[in-house]
Design a protein around this ligand. Sequence first.
Ligand SMILES: [Zn+2]
Length: 297
Amino acid sequence: MYKSNSNNALNLDLIEEIPLITSWEEVESLPNFKEKIDPKRVEIVDLVAPYDLRPFKKCSLSGCGTKHGDGFVAEGSDGSLFKLGGTCGQNFFPEKYQLLKNSLTQRFNEQVVRNEIIVAHADAALRMDKLHRVLMREFDSTPLRDWYRRFNKLISTGFEVEIMERIRIRAHQGRPIISISREVSDERMDRREKEIYEVSGLDKEYVSEDVHIISGLNAVKNYKKLHPGKLQKMLVECDEFQSIDPRFLNQDRLKYWLRWCASFDMKLSQLLEVATDCSRFYSNDNVIALRRYKRYL
Ligand SMILES: [Zn+2]
């Protein structure tokens, strides 16, 4: 079996049962490679590796008049290896080609998935380390992993129930600005109020003023992402990922871990975002302002 020139800089134990072809030179320097074969005399017995290369080139079939980019390194009944363009395979060897192509494509795709997990798995310990560092990171002198309890306590006991309900509604509506609107007669307006009136275009009898922007309001709907059970689950999954051996997992499990890896970094940045919002909402200034302006929520 032909062995590709691996550009595997990290020296990982990648699976290369089906070689990854990256240039025409690689194809043409294969042992037993034949530039021309006669499809009337030589049958295909196997497909060895897919390729998709530029510039397009005619394949090895003597009757080929088409330049192809994609095709397969094929093995002939005479033991030769040759280039078989996609459309030529279909035209010259219709029955066998499709079966061999399906089988090789499936195995090749599986190999790609397995190798992606092998690469990701090499960083498994780093992922765990990163997660631990995020959980211990302090926001307002409190580690992220303790924010669920702290925040939950504030919103369960820090405000009257109906006030908290109004804050919740605002969080879901994305309305952090608290405004006060009040009736004033023209002569009683001070300079600031007159300015506001002119800018707002409100009815002359009313003046509206933004008195507070609720900090970290999103935390009210998102803080449950910091639930200890969820954090624990991330740790357990990270641990499990470290312990797998990608060479022996079936395709379903490989695909599961591929999805898990893709979502992991996103989840980490979400945790940071939510903890930041929690600490901003929790700040003294914010809590005092919410209590002061509770009538206007
Ligand atoms: Zn061809």
